[in-house]
Write a protein that binds this ligand. Sequence first.
Ligand code: PLP
Length: 243
Amino acid sequence: MADHNGICTKEQISAVLTRLAEIRRKIAAACEAADRPADSVRLMAVTKTVDPVLINAAVDEGVTLLGENRVQEFLSKRDAYRPQAEVQFIGHLQTNKVKQIIDKVTLIHSVDSLHLAEAISRAAEAKGIVMPVLLEVNIGGELSKSGAAPDEIPALLKAVQPLAGIRVDGLMTIPPPAADETEQNAVFARMKRLYDRLSQEAPMHVLSMGMSGDYEAAVRNGATVVRIGSALFGPRMYPQTAV
Ligand SMILES: *Cc1c(COP(=O)(O)O)cnc(C)c1O
């Protein structure tokens, strides 16, 4: 990760703003193509490995929704974020870390087991809150590692609904890499059908799908939030581990 002292060049910041304008233009075009209002999709900036100075540059341009993957990294950076930033958790969440984030995020996108849902519900009840969550769907089957299988999702929804500290607001997916746009469309259309079907059993309003490589297809197929990292901030630089 870049250091936290705010050593980012003007060029890095202006590159982020240029990419942001391009992403917004493409989202608007995809909305138009799908006959959706432009404000029906929210852009989330995915922050892993990114210096808070660059994140704040995006927030200042109106990208007020941030997506966090790692509990420790989030806790070390959150004090540097602008106060108007809204943070949601999108990464794999271990049950023993739930307590550390429960009152610091507005939505958890990655619930894929009853075990995790129960831990979130208990932690939320202890804080006197109800935590909105999304059920994570492994829409591509074997190839992607996280999420519950599509045919397990209805039962998971039923099992989670009685938990007092949780409310299911929708679905999230990370699809396997697609060969082309036809494949992207097929996967996202399948997610949308599952979402529409489950919406009849529980009121849902969030369909979280689409990342840097496929967000236009996701928007055309009904995504309400797209999670974008590298297309906004540039390639991720992972710190080198000492040998
Ligand atoms: C990293 C990540 C993203 C963003 O990925 P990009 O391809 O860089 O846009 C979106 N969602 C999740 C869950 C992620 O971990």
